[in-house]
Design a protein. Structure first.
Lengths: 1048, 457
């Protein structure tokens, strides 16, 4: 073969043998990488590159670790451990919350010696089975930095001995000179305190006790004196009343003893498969109150017509009874005739109440109740209640005595009349010339500021006391913590000033009980045992059945009352009328410095951190006021010669021509939280028949100022947009006749293929969402925690919300952040208005009717079984427990907020900022100062910034109960686990339990049928909110039933 | 029969030679930048400075500095995220899909478009990072890293996690693709380098490129493989981004139409952004011969096609809401169009559906000024599209009790400006230091007839 002489080349560079090419040719596929060398070296035992890296890495890590220093936190162990304190184990003490005449029998939960939570005392039949927002929040008031820390004279701190010496000398001087001394107090429920004061009066003759109530019910006392010869407030038994008619009495919210009234009233509103009857409530009122919101029929009335309407009701009933009518101008308002018919039908089982402080109205009300035979049955005058003992006439006399200089010494005992009495300004002026002014108070309040001597009092959780709220019912107050400040129990101060060397109020109480109560029972033979038992129970009752069966009859002068009503009230007043009211949270304003209460939105307006004028839509149109997302206008309110500027908000249900304003705001010396919030409405009260009434029918005018202002609302949309997948309700008749068809059952469209798959069931293209799912579902082998919320029972009182805040360390964010729509509450109460009017467009649907119906819907994490939040979290920070809980793992949360966005109920709350240990949030006092932090529940993490949080079904309580049961070697028994909201609820609207336990309360309520691996709910009223999206919540709602005529 | 093939209009005009191309492009890297460049970078750096301050403050104080609330948990953050990711799409579409379809006209724009992609994806990635409440934990907890917590793992069900994978894959592939394309051009600059520093830097960047046949062969294969890899990414990334919404239960989000609708929208906004940038670059760098009216017209045609797809999607959504019979769904869409955010919805409709229809007129789609104006309008519209989807769906969902409004704060705006600052700073630096047009590729489409060859000699 011939040798091939040809040259083959790959590129021009190769052919020409370009030096550049030669240089790189060998490098195109380098085969000499040095990776084998290291391995060889290592085999030989030398130190390799790897060893070097290892050593260097270690040194670097060690060096950087050594540079870190963890902050030192000191904990001090007990040297001698108190017997009853075990770290981690709570102790419970029965006690009583009192604030003037506001009462709640409670159990205080303490951890390591710190009271952290108020629970209801279920043994009490005076305050019902729940608590109230104010009682729940009172534990935070204990840790209020604004409390007085030491005794002082004219603003300079002194020793107690110095204070006592000066006061004693002055008392002595006044008394020996025949001068007058007054002890001014709000209602005193404590018999022992009264006994102390009596001793004081004996020691210093010329002393008188003057009691007043910021929200007075003196009109009732006075009327009862006139009508029945008994100057008392009777017991009203709402549970016996089948028809209730109320005129401006907010008995579910603020009137006299709302806890007990709510719990009794709701007993008659509960429905189950056996009980299909409920009471009916007619409410005639000016402002939309909580009671009006729960009424079956509500009629807005003007305060100027109130007396005439009550008299008209009397006349309607008198006509039926064949009695003489009274001669007042006839006035016709909606539902008055039907109310009269209903009352007549339920004679002896009905109740008419009025909130007015005008004794004449109360006399007519007495006459109506007498006519209906309700006295001695529903109204019990022989078991009076003592919640409102204030005597307005005596108080007025005191003010004039003060002005005339008749009085030389005043001791304010836990009272603040300069702020919360309508004659406060006069008291303030008159005090200037008083020789001895002493304030026994917790706070350096408005009255204390006018006093020379401040004798700081204990908080009730640091005090001993007793109470007698209702005839024959007693309870004890016991200290659950050593005094935090240099304070002294008020009673002991009085005892010192009487000359006692080392007074012991506890011994005094014991003596009182030994003398007066020990003898009323026969069970215990030894007093100490008796007292210990009472202290353990918190309550003690005397059996009153043995008392004589006295039959009380009406003996009042009806005509005199009617003629006074004719002169006071008018049928056709045209002017603007002001109606004052108390809010659920702030009440009379004495606890205004409590941020939990300030941030609790009013159940009706859903606004917080402010008071404002509530005006009707008609008036808003006149004043050209529009409201959008909480933004509204300032208005000028002129009452007599007083001029106030405040925001106005449009309130559906506000009677035309009236305006509403809450008292309890406008504090100037309450503390950092409450000062300069809102305006003080107490001076706006007017007088009728010599007593203050909480309305003003003359000399009121409102003008707009064109100044826009924002009111912090937690809810800005009023209606539920006809979304029956959110709120379901029906009328009693419909429910009775067709319970199975009374409610909306959402269906989803389903294909034929699905029909085949589901077997025999004929679905006709429509299917209950519950029948199908993409997910295989969770199996619960142990517990399956479930909650049922009865919309018929929820009055909207918000006790649950504050209880949750206390239990779960929920931060307060302050007005600015509420305006930014970032409140943190885990349980909120959605308030929706509805009305019969059929709106057609969305814009119309958004507007509430002028006098709407109201529904409250407590809303918290629904613990969905197909939880939309769980699937979207990228880091699995929210997961499902084996017991049905949707749990939040704070440690793992990175804060993408995807879960909150995907939550159809919008119950997830994000920590937008660091709310703890951050001076930017001073209102969050439970996390931003060392004192406030003592209220925190150590079982619940304080969440850091950037994490999501939400209702946990109080998992710490579930866990605690499970561990307790485990120690006893058994399962948790129904009722052992209660969540904070359910426990606080005065009407038992919230039921929590295990539906795998067929005997549990919640199982029975929901009529659960156990199908082995799953539980079916059979209660007709039970529904899930947003059932159609099939997230399968573990929270069930029982639909609302209204006792009203169809299409009425 | 005589077959006469038409003469194609050249993609590069003015009969550029190979040498011209090298000279035209490299001179921008080598020469001192024009005064306008300094002005531009000064503006973008000051934006970046303001943005850095707000971004720092956001991370320091917490997400609360934004206008979000209990009801609206995402607003500008995720709007900006989706918007930037969408913009990124054009680059990949141009370099990958058009490469596979042998669309040679892409060659003069793909470099800048890909650079835009990279920078846009970085801008986009800022928002998922910053919007986290606890960024310092989040940025590694979202990765399925082995850990000492036992079985603690990421949640593979979560679309946000899919996002992490989608975005990081997309970014990696785009970056590699872009860089590979840059290597031959870096080598050209290296070879022309006059001083040692730039020779060393571009030498390092060119990874020892020699221009040998083997180099070119590998270069071609890698480009093709990466184009193949990047092609599904064009579709998948925005599909997955749309899953953030589509897999949720919120009316207005829970929509199966989202994946194609989002991809079309992304390409739409991406091309608009390419146009905005290139029209400026073309003018400043006098690249009229490389980026011709033909290029602009082609891109405008893509805009009108994708814009119309988006428009059809909007109408389909409305129809489906009505047809579904689901009250919450119906309300969500009615509220979008007529509720408090009607202005955002009409801005979106006008900018995305109505104004791009002007491109049906040849005069408008070949007009530089009209194209520039409309390209900005489209991106405004696309920002509002995401805002409408996110905010108007969230602000009024199922329970009217929680309905709320969203009002942006200074920090919402500032953090958005930060990304603009970053994007333009990065782009201007790119335009100065990197060859803005792919010289190597463009050279392959020059008309090299014998006559013009002669003209060179």
């Amino acid at each position: 073969m011939k040798e091939n002489k040809k040259q083959y080349w790959k590129g021009v560079e190769q052919l020409t043998n370009h030096p550049e090419f030669v240089k790189y040719a060998s490098k195109e596929f380098p085969r000499d990488l040095p990776y084998k060398e290291g391995v060889l070296q290592e085999e030989e035992g030398g130190s390799s590159r790897r060893d070097f890296l290892k050593l260097m890495g270690f040194s670097l890590a060690a060096a950087s670790l050594a540079a870190c220093e963890a902050p030192v936190r000191k904990t001090i162990p007990y040297l001698n451990k108190p017997e009853e304190i075990n770290p981690g184990i709570p102790n419970y003490y029965a006690s009583t919350y009192t604030n003037g005449g506001n009462y709640c029998s409670i159990v205080v939960k303490t951890r390591e010696g710190r009271p952290i939570k108020i629970e209801p005392n279920k043994l009490s039949d005076v305050s019902g089975s729940g608590t109230s927002a104010q009682a729940e929040a009172s534990v935070l008031s204990l840790y209020d930095k604004a409390r007085l820390g030491a005794p002082s004279i004219n603003d300079s701190q002194v020793e107690w001995s110095e204070l006592d010496k000066q006061i004693k000398t002055k008392l002595e001087n006044i008394s020996s000179g025949g001068g007058q001394i007054r002890i001014v107090s709000k209602t005193i429920l404590s018999p022992s305190t009264k006994a102390v004061i009596q001793e004081f009066i004996n020691r210093y003759p010329g002393t008188e006790l003057v009691m007043y109530d910021p929200v007075s019910a003196y009109g009732i006392t006075k009327a009862n004196q006139e009508s029945f010869g008994k100057a008392v407030i009777p017991s009203y038994d709402f549970s016996k009343a089948k028809t209730v008619v109320s005129f401006n009495a907010d008995f579910l919210g603020t009137w006299i003893n709302p806890n007990k009234f709510s719990s009794d009233f709701i007993k008659n509103r509960k429905l189950d498969h056996g009980k299909k009857e409920m009471s009916r409530l007619y409410q005639f009122e000016s402002n939309l109150s909580l009671t009006g919101a729960n009424a079956d029929y509500r009629t807005p009335i003007k305060p100027s017509a109130e007396g005439l309407i009550v008299a008209s009701l009397y006349n309607l009933l008198a006509a039926k009874a064949g009695r003489e009518t009274v001669s007042t101008a006839k006035i016709e308002v909606d539902h008055l005739t039907t109310a009269a018919n209903d009352l007549w039908k339920h004679k002896g089982q009905s109740l008419v109440v009025a909130g007015s402080n005008d004794p004449n109205i109360q006399i007519i009300v007495n006459a109506i109740n007498d006519l209906l035979g309700n006295i001695n049955s529903v109204i019990d005058l022989k078991t009076p209640v003592y919640f409102r003992q204030g005597n307005d006439e005596q108080m007025k006399q005191f003010v004039s005595d003060l002005e005339s200089g008749k009085v030389q010494g005043v001791i304010f005992l836990d009272s603040n009349p300069v702020y919360d009495h309508y004659l406060g300004d006069k008291i303030k002026t008159a005090l200037a010339k008083i020789n001895l002014k002493v304030s026994i108070s917790e706070h350096g309040d408005e009255t204390a500021a006018e006093s020379d001597y401040l004798a700081p009092n204990h908080h009730y959780l640091e005090s001993w006391n007793d109470t007698n709220p209702v005839e024959g019912r007693y309870s004890l107050v016991q200290p659950v913590i050593s005094p935090l400040f240099n304070t002294r129990q008020g009673q002991e101060s009085l005892m010192v000033w009487m000359g006692q060397k080392e007074p012991d109020y506890l011994e005094f109480i014991k003596d009182y009980w030994k003398e007066n109560l020990f003898v009323t029972q026969t069970k215990q033979l030894d007093f100490q045992t008796f007292f210990d038992q009472c202290l353990y129970d918190g309550v003690y009752s005397i059996d009153l059945r043995a008392m004589t069966m006295e039959f009380i009859v009406f003996g009042g002068n009806l005509d005199a009352a009617a003629s006074k009503i004719s002169s006071t009230y008018k049928t056709n007043s045209t002017g603007v009328e002001l109606a004052l009211y108390e809010t659920i949270a702030i009440g009379d304003g004495s606890q205004a410095n409590n941020p939990w209460l300030q941030e609790t939105p009013d159940p009706i307006t859903k606004a917080c951190w402010d008071n404002y004028l509530t005006i009707s839509q008609t008036m808003a149109n006149e004043l050209a006021i529009e409201m959008y997302e909480g933004e509204t206008y300032q208005v000028q309110l002129k009452v007599g010669d007083q001029l106030l500027e405040l925001p106005a908000i449009i309130q559906p249900g506000q009677a035309r021509g009236t305006i509403g304003l809450a008292i309890g705001y406008g504090r100037t010396k309450a503390g950092r939280v409450a000062n300069s919030i809102g305006v003080n409405a107490y001076p706006l009260l007017s007088e009728v028949a010599g007593v203050p009434v909480y309305s003003r029918i003359e000399d009121v005018s409102v003008s707009s100022s064109n100044k826009s202002v924002k009111v912090a609302h937690t809810q800005t949309h009023q209606t539920y947009m006809n979304r029956d997948f959110v709120v379901q309700e029906t009328t009693l008749d419909t429910y009775k006749n067709h319970p199975e068809h009374a409610f909306h059952r959402p269906k989803i469209a389903a294909s034929n293929a699905l029909e085949k798959k589901l077997g025999d069931e004929i679905i006709d293209g429509k299917l209950e969402p519950r029948k199908i799912s993409l997910w295989s579902g969770h199996s619960y082998n142990n517990h399956h925690w479930t909650m049922a919320i009865d919309l018929n029972s929820c009055t909207g009182c918000s006790a649950c919300s504050v209880a949750c805040q206390a239990e779960n360390n929920v931060p307060v964010v302050g007005k600015e952040e509420v305006l930014n729509r970032r409140e943190m509450t885990w349980i909120r109460i959605d308030r929706y208005y509805s009305s019969e009017k059929t709106a057609t467009t969305n814009a119309e649907l958004e507007k509430a009717a002028e006098n709407p119906e109201v529904v409250f819907q407590p809303m918290m994490c629904q613990h969905c079984n197909n939880a939309p939040c769980e699937t979207v979290c990228p880091v699995a920070a929210t997961t499902h427990s084996t017991e049905g809980l949707n749990q939040m793992v704070y440690n793992r949360c990175i804060g993408t907020r995807y879960c909150a966005n995907n939550c159809p109920y919008k119950v997830r709350r994000f920590n937008w900022f660091k709310y703890h240990d951050n001076t930017s949030f001073p209102d969050n006092s439970s996390m931003n100062n060392d004192l406030g932090k003592m209220v925190l529940n150590p079982d619940v993490t304080v969440r850091s910034r950037g994490v999501m949080e939400k209702c946990s079904f109080c998992v710490q309580r579930i866990q605690y109960s499970k561990l307790e049961a485990k120690k006893k070697g058994r399962r948790v028994i129904d009722g052992e686990v209660t969540v904070a909201c359910a426990s606080a609820c005065p009407t038992d609207a919230i039921t929590f339990g295990d539906i795998r336990d067929p005997e549990s309360k919640v199982s029975k309520l929901l009529q659960v049928k156990d199908k082995g691996d799953k539980q079916e709910i059979h209660e007709h009223r039970a529904y899930n909110v947003l059932e159609d999206i099939n997230v399968r919540p573990n929270v069930w709602y029982l639909a609302k039933v209204r006792n009203k005529e169809e299409n009425a | 029969m005589e077959v006469v093939s038409s003469v194609r209009t050249p993609l590069i005009t003015s009969a550029k030679t190979l040498g011209d191309v090298t000279q035209d492009i490299c001179v921008r890297v080598e020469a001192k930048p024009p005064r306008t460049w300094y002005l531009a970078i000064a503006v973008s750096l000051s934006l970046l400075a303001v943005g850095t301050y707000t971004l720092f403050f956001t991370v320091w104080e917490g997400i609360g500095v934004w206008g979000l609330n209990k009801t609206v948990g995402w607003a500008w953050d995720i709007t900006n995220f989706v918007w930037w990711v969408g913009i990124g799409h054009a680059g990949t579409l141009i370099s990958a899909i058009l490469l596979l379809f042998r669309q040679k006209w892409r060659m003069s724009i793909n470099r800048a478009a890909e650079a835009m992609t990279i920078f846009a994806v970085i801008c986009a990635a800022f928002f998922p990072l910053v919007h986290m409440g606890r960024l310092w934990l989040g940025f590694y907890w979202v990765f399925p890293l082995p850990n000492t917590f036992g079985s603690l793992w990421v949640n593979f069900n979560s679309p946000l996690l899919w996002d992490v994978f989608a975005i990081s894959t997309y970014f990696t592939v785009s970056l590699v693709f872009w860089y590979i394309g840059l290597i031959p051009d870096f080598a050209t600059i290296r070879d022309r380098a006059k001083n040692k520093v730039s020779a060393a830097i571009y030498g390092a960047l060119s990874f020892g490129w020699t221009g040998s046949a083997k180099d070119w062969s590998r270069f071609e294969s890698v480009s093709l493989i990466l184009a193949g890899l990047a092609t599904p990414l064009v579709l998948s990334v925005h599909t997955i981004v749309s899953f953030d919404f589509a897999t949720s239960v919120i009316p207005g989000w829970h929509t199966t139409i989202f994946p194609p609708y989002f991809v079309a929208g992304a390409v739409f906004s991406g091309f608009a952004m390419v146009l905005t940038l290139l029209l400026i670059t073309r003018k400043v760098y006098k690249l009229e011969d490389y980026i011709t009216i033909q290029h602009i017209e082609n891109m405008n045609i893509i805009i009108i096609v994708t814009g119309s797809i988006v428009g059809v999607a909007y109408l389909t959504e409305l129809f489906m809401a009505w047809y579904s019979g689901v009250p919450a769904e119906q309300y969500a869409f009615l509220n979008r169009a007529t509720g408090p955010y009607w202005w955002a919805y009409s801005t979106m409709m006008t900018c995305n559906v109505i104004t791009p229809q002007l491109f049906w007129f040849k005069k408008i789609r070949t007009s530089l000024w009209a194209t520039f104006a409309l390209s900005i309008v489209v991106n405004i519209g696309m920002w509002f599209e995401r805002f409408v989807i996110i905010v108007t769906s969230l602000h009024r969902d199922f329970l009217p009790s929680s309905w709320a409004m969203f009002y942006p704060t200074f920090y919402d705006v500032g953090d958005y400006l930060f990304t603009f600052g970053f994007f333009f700073t990065a782009f201007f630096l790119f335009a100065k230091f990197f060859p803005v047009i792919n010289m190597a590729e463009v050279k392959s489409i020059l008309k090299s007839t014998s006559t013009s060859d002669k003209a060179i000699k």
